[in-house]
Design a protein around this ligand. Structure first.
Ligand code: MIG
Length: 726
């Protein structure tokens, strides 16, 4: 084992020669240090490594990206092992992503990132409440230990993995999805309905039924007879179509992707070197070997045809990879079942029989029977799938992202993926998979956003309203109130469930949801600015309260989160609740956000540090503005592209002075990477009994600004600044 240290005190531990993940892109200068115990206790046996650390009584543990349970992960066992499991119940240990970064805050603050391609298990004070025990399924790995404040630890980590994926700006608009809008007529009806109901929307999704027999990169002629002109028509209305791509390639003679893949040996193989056969939606499939650079190039180029037709982005699904059954597994199960025919089954044999069938999906034995030809710097490496399982979805999406770059290196493309690894945060956003229309999953969404920010997944969000199960109008509304702040705002639901487009409920609900989506559009310039700054400054877009507040109560708050530099959100996440308790770590200003149309002096209330019960009617959500911070709204429009800076509203809680940098750029190219963007600096200063706004901007179209500034006595000052004054 070698231990190194960087000049900012990051300890880098290298054990053996790990399978490269290409996650760390900015390696600081490290120097070798001798005989230093940088991490807890390390035991290696039977091919596993166990790391143990002791936890102090009040330590909290934040992180692990997309995972179950609370903000504070202490008290349960979690796994990093990309899993396709549509039942996110509290007993589950892993979801679709593998995100090996966490931070311990307490007696001593530290963070750990384990750079590893295989399975890692975290027992965080479960077996023994004072022990954090990590089991790595391998002996070769890299690890990074960070020390400092919550903020500096997360910054150092994010600096290592490099900037996160940035979508085109329209991706901050509302997106409507359903499994499935099955043909062009239905999609058009949805588009028309949004416009006739006057509800903003920027994108409509195409789930698996747009394809011809679930074959990737094909379009059903029957259901989308004039696909190209259809895409063009929607584009003329400023609406984007987002088609899905699945990991498995259908086995079918005459299907070019399949034939080329077989001919060039581009598929993951079985123990005998033949393409591994499994079944997913298309029936029998082979899996492209995304760990191989040639395969990535080939698959990435396959997206070009639809890009040429005007498609601007995709979602990659089933890339854990999800396997309904493998040919081998099914044959074995059938053989077992047949052998029991006519027998008088004892109970144990009956259960074995049942398990043989139930256990066919996503079986570890299948993952262990799959082989990759992985491209590494030192040549091609034959690796077993199980050992690199967490890199599969990551590299599928990397293939797409690299394909987009080759198509047009300066343009931003929309990309979401289901399975992920930290290394993928630079290539794509994620949606959090198949949640349910359960209040528990709204809470899970709230608790997951901060750990996703920590892992670098800034562009993310849940299926708003819930994917599985039937949503009530009330849950839909409360979920929309929270998702108004998540960069990805997508309403998606499964086949067979209650429809959940905004107009599927009653008239009152429709109005609330319309107002809510309009509020989202009014917030887009602000959300976008917060997003881009969080990415550039490596700060957290969503954070636990302890990110900014050092008191012991803040460490324990599980249902309120900080958003960006100036807000705290306290969403209602309980059925029938017409209010909730909130904890304020300092004085703040409450906006009971219900609409952006009717703002007035009474809309904002200063509240004191401490605990409060807050009544919140069904159309109200609690948005808190932190001390000496500003919130900026624009006038809503029905598309992101139609938003302007002509009439801004600045809301602030200002004791003496507050400044806000409203970042903006062209929203479509990668020029921002070269520093081509503008920042409008808004400064509000108290001058005696009133306030003055100064604006430092290069934006020529900046118009009138209306201000609601709340002072330390809770008085709201309503001021207007005319264009000429700027
Ligand atoms: O086996 O494509 O998470 O969003 O609608 C289900 C159908 C496959 C899972 C995705 C979901 C999508 C669904 N897919």
């Amino acid at each position: 084992m070698k231990i190194f240290e960087s000049k900012d005190g990051i300890n880098y531990i290298r054990r053996g020669q790990m399978i490269p993940t290409e996650t760390v892109v900015n390696m600081p200068d490290f120097h070798l240090i001798e005989n230093r115990k940088a991490i807890g206790t390390l035991i290696e046996s039977k091919g596993l490594t166990e790391l143990s650390f002791s936890l102090s009584a009040n330590d909290v543990v934040y992180g692990l990206g997309q995972n179950m349970r609370g903000l504070n992960k202490r008290g349960f066992v979690y796994e990093s092992f990309c899993s396709d499991d549509p039942n996110h119940t509290p007993d589950k240990r892993s979801l679709y992503g593998a995100h090996n970064f966490f931070v311990v805050l307490g007696e001593e603050n530290w963070g750990l990132y384990i750079d590893f391609a295989g399975k890692v298990t975290y027992d965080i004070g479960f077996e023994d409440k004072n022990q954090l025990k990590i089991t790595i399924e391998g002996v070769d790995f890299d690890a990074y230990v960070f020390k400092g404040t919550f903020e500096s630890i997360t910054k150092q980590f994010r600096a290592l993995i490099g900037p996160s994926y940035v979508p085109p700006k329209w991706a901050f608009g509302y997106q409507q999805s359903r499994w499935s809008y099955e043909d062009a007529t239905v999609v058009k009806e949805i588009a028309d309905r949004f416009d006739s109901e006057d509800i903003p929307c920027d994108a409509i999704y195409l789930d698996i039924d747009y394809m011809e027999r679930f074959k990737d990169f094909t379009i059903s002629d029957e259901r989308f007879p004039e696909f190209k002109s259809f895409v063009k028509d929607l584009k003329a209305r400023d609406l984007k179509l987002v088609p899905i791509i699945d990991a498995g390639v259908k086995v079918e003679e005459g299907y070019s992707v399949y034939e080329e893949g077989v001919e060039k040996h581009y598929f993951v193989t079985d123990d005998k070197g033949k393409p591994f056969s499994a079944a997913v939606w298309p029936g029998k499939v082979h899996f492209p070997d995304f760990l191989n650079a040639d395969v990535r190039e080939w698959f990435g180029n396959a997206y070009h045809e639809m890009l040429e037709m005007g498609i601007e982005g995709f979602w990659n699904d089933m890339n854990e990879p999800a396997i309904f059954y493998s040919e081998k597994g099914l044959n074995e199960a059938i053989a077992f079942v047949s052998a029991q025919a006519g027998q008088n089954l004892d109970i144990y044999t009956f259960f074995t029989l049942k398990d043989k069938i139930m256990g066919l999906s996503n079986a570890l034995s299948d993952y262990k029977a799959m082989w990759h030809r992985m491209t590494t710097r030192s040549g091609e490496l034959k690796v077993n799938h199980y050992d690199v399982h967490n890199l599969y979805g990551y590299n599928m999406t990397r293939a797409a992202a690299e394909g987009f770059k080759r198509f047009d290196s300066d343009r931003r493309f929309f990309m979401l993926t289901r399975a992920s690894h930290i290394g993928m945060a630079k290539h794509s956003g994620i949606w959090t998979g198949d949640n349910h229309s359960w209040w528990e999953h709204l809470k899970l969404n709230v608790q997951m956003m901060p750990s996703l920010s920590m892992a670098g997944f800034l562009y993310s969000g849940a299926d708003t309203g819930g994917f599985g199960g039937n949503v009530s109008a009330e849950l839909m509304v409360r979920w929309m109130q929270f998702s108004t702040f998540t960069p990805l705002l997508r309403n998606h639901s499964a086949m067979g469930t209650r429809r959940q487009e905004p107009w599927q409920f009653d008239q009152a609900t429709l109005k609330i949801i319309r107002d809510q989506i309009r509020m989202r559009y009014a917030l887009v310039p602000y959300l976008y600015a917060e997003f881009m700054k969080a990415n550039q400054d490596q700060t957290l877009l969503f954070a636990p309260l302890a990110y900014a507040y050092g008191d012991s109560r803040s460490l324990l708050v599980e249902d309120q989160v900080l958003f960006g530099e100036g807000l705290m959100l306290a969403p209602v996440i309980e059925q029938n609740a017409l209010g909730r308790y909130v904890y304020l770590p300092e004085d703040m200003v409450l906006w009971k956000a219900s609409s952006v149309e009717n703002l007035n002096q009474e809309s904002f209330v200063k509240m004191e540090h401490g605990d409060h019960y807050l009544p919140l009617a069904i159309n109200e959500s609690a948005v808190f503005i932190r001390k000496n911070h500003l919130l900026v709204l624009t006038e809503p429009r029905n598309r992101v592209s139609k938003l302007s800076y002509d009439h801004l509203t600045v809301i602030g809680y200002v004791e003496d002075e507050a400044t806000y940098d409203l970042y903006d750029d062209d929203g479509v190219t990668n020029q921002f990477e070269k520093g081509i963007h503008h920042k409008t600096r808004l400064t509000v200063v108290r001058v005696g009994e009133t306030y003055r706004l100064s604006v430092d901007t290069t934006v020529t179209t900046l118009g009138n600004i209306e201000l609601y500034i709340i002072d330390k006595n809770g008085k709201t000052h309503h001021l207007k600044q005319e264009k000429g004054v700027l």
